[in-house]
Design a protein around this ligand. Sequence first.
Ligand SMILES: CC(C)(COP(=O)(O)OP(=O)(O)OC[C@H]1O[C@@H](n2cnc3c(N)ncnc32)[C@H](O)[C@@H]1OP(=O)(O)O)[C@@H](O)C(=O)NCCC(=O)NCCS
Length: 173
Amino acid sequence: MLEGKTINLRVAEEDDVSLIVGWWGNTQYMGEYQDVMTKTLPEFKKIVLENTIFLIIEKNEVKIGHIVGWMIGRTMEIGFALIPSERGKGYGTEAIQLMVDHLFLTKDIARIQVTTDVRNKASQRALENVGFAKEGTMRKYFYAKGNYRDHFLYSILRDEWKELKTLKEESKV
Ligand SMILES: CC(C)(COP(=O)(O)OP(=O)(O)OC[C@H]1O[C@@H](n2cnc3c(N)ncnc32)[C@H](O)[C@@H]1OP(=O)(O)O)[C@@H](O)C(=O)NCCC(=O)NCCS
């Protein structure tokens, strides 16, 4: 468990698969800029169990979203989403900060990156709050909702992170 101030992150387990599958197949959860994921349950289960996906959990134990990281060479890329009712309350910013603390603390990486639709202001502001820098525009990078979309590439380097910002306690996950 990664403990933050208003939320915690916990690695998703087999019992969480149906919740996550429900979210990833839901248009509202995936938001305006991403398509839902259409896969079979066994395919979803494989993805959830073979990747380290963290559930974002409020202090009252309510599960409100997910954040996940995957390696591209020696770079870590992350993706995240919250249920619509819990957006705009600072939880996204805190979840990204916790994930950045955790990844720089536990992985031999120099950089964490995120790509986000150029129209996705909430994502961009949350990343900027955490210290991510906008590197540029990836033209027609992502295919969603029937169109190729431009994405901004954001990154934070280990040198820019410097120290733990949010994580209260680090334990094995
Ligand atoms: C992106 C997301 C995770 C951000 O989390 P969040 O909890 O809503 O964001 P926060 O409450 O931490 O707010 C971050 C900043 O964005 C701003 N913001 C929030 N919603 C906004 C909106 N709809 N439009 C513009 N700015 C917005 C906040 O005011 C805040 O800025 P500030 O610190 O300057 O005041 C969440 O909105 C979400 O799940 N969206 C749908 C899925 C998605 O787009 N995932 C990201 C793919 S890259």
